[in-house]
Write a protein that binds this ligand. Structure first.
Ligand code: SF4
Length: 329
């Protein structure tokens, strides 16, 4: 059994607004294991990015966010730590790669300097050692001529190369967990595939737990071991990648999978759509949150909120009909 390195237990994140507190994440619980790639999927607004940023406590706690629940890393609840203690975890033990490398990298420092900075903040090493390690990291993430590239600025690199640099910065301190938030969304298709191959290679080489946040189910199917499907701030389905893609049980998961374009589609065949949109925060429907968009919604669904229930060894579903669907196989 792989080592459990992160436990998120009943996480709730509320944002302070003029209309009062709005709950963006509502009772999310899951684990991350060493060596696994965990996909977190859902439409925009489902809470996948807020979940990952809450784990690292990236929202301003004075003016913006109120967290509750627990995020346990090595048995320590991260919500009990001071901001100073959190700084030792961020970037060193739990790292993050964002979608847009151009705005995440500092434009006035060379890429080599930015990797060195991560190393020197978190590891007690000399400038010379940090420089050597930074060049090695650039080579490790597949940047050709790492000694030469070390002295370049972000604007001198292509989008794919910048994303590789971001990954090098994130991995420089050999974190236990890497959170990759839509790491390929801003890239074109061929570069996307290269970056995902690199993520898989690094996951194997460094034996980290990787949380891959994405709306792209095809990427999850190819790269992840387990999947969390989120809708309106809650997990609605969780399972191994084969559970989710071969035997999806939640109508939302089914809708997402049916929306993936197929290579053998007939000319003129319409792509499946999930009707409606994710409601805005503060307008959460009564009962099942997915009921207004669900083709199977019945009377019970509109009044009673379903619990996330285990339906087999590896799969959990939040739907009143889940047991019946699981029985049917
Ligand atoms: Fe649909 Fe009802 Fe299941 Fe919600 S509980 S997903 S509305 S069938």
């Amino acid at each position: 059994m792989a080592e459990r390195i992160l436990e998120v237990d009943n996480l709730c994140t509320q944002f302070k607004t003029e209309r009062g507190l709005l709950k963006a994440i509502d009772g999310v619980s899951f684990e991350v294991y060493r060596g696994e790639m965990l996909g977190i999927v859902g439409e925009s607004g489902c809470g996948k990015s807020v979940t990952s940023q809450s784990i690292l406590r990236l929202y301003d706690e004075k003016n913006l966010a109120v967290y509750s629940g627990q995020v346990r890393f090595e048995g320590q609840n991260l919500f009990d730590l001071s901001q100073k203690e959190m700084q030792k975890i961020r970037g060193a033990r739990i790292s993050m790669v964002f979608q847009d490398a151009l705005s995440s990298l500092n434009p006035v420092f060379t890429v080599g300097n930015q990797i060195m900075e991560a190393l020197m903040i978190h590891q007690n090493i000399s400038k010379k050692d940090a420089r050597e390690k930074a060049v090695k990291m650039l080579g490790m993430v597949g940047i050709p001529d790492p000694e030469g590239r070390f002295f370049q600025y972000p604007f001198e690199l292509s989008g794919g190369m910048r994303q590789r640099v971001m990954i090098a910065v994130a991995l420089a301190c050999r974190p236990d967990i890497l959170i990759a938030d839509e790491p390929t969304t801003a890239l074109d298709v061929t570069i996307q595939a290269q970056i995902m191959d690199l993520m898989v290679e690094m996951n194997r080489k460094l034996d980290m737990g990787v949380m891959l946040i994405t709306h792209d189910l095809a990427v999850v199917a190819e790269t992840c071991h387990r999947v969390l499907v989120m809708y309106l701030g809650q997990i609605v389905e969780e399972g191994l990648v084969e559970d989710i893609f071969d035997r999806p049980l939640h109508p939302y998961t089914k809708g997402l999978i049916a929306s993936i374009p197929k290579l053998d589609s007939q000319k003129g065949e319409k792509l499946h759509q999930i009707k409606g949109t994710v409601p805005v925060l503060g307008k959460v429907p009564e009962g099942c949150r997915f009921a207004p968009r669900c083709p199977y919604a019945g009377a019970e669904c509109r009044t009673k909120a379903p619990e996330l229930k285990k339906v087999n060894e590896s799969q959990k579903v939040r739907c009143h009909l889940a047991d019946r669907r699981a029985d049917r196989g």
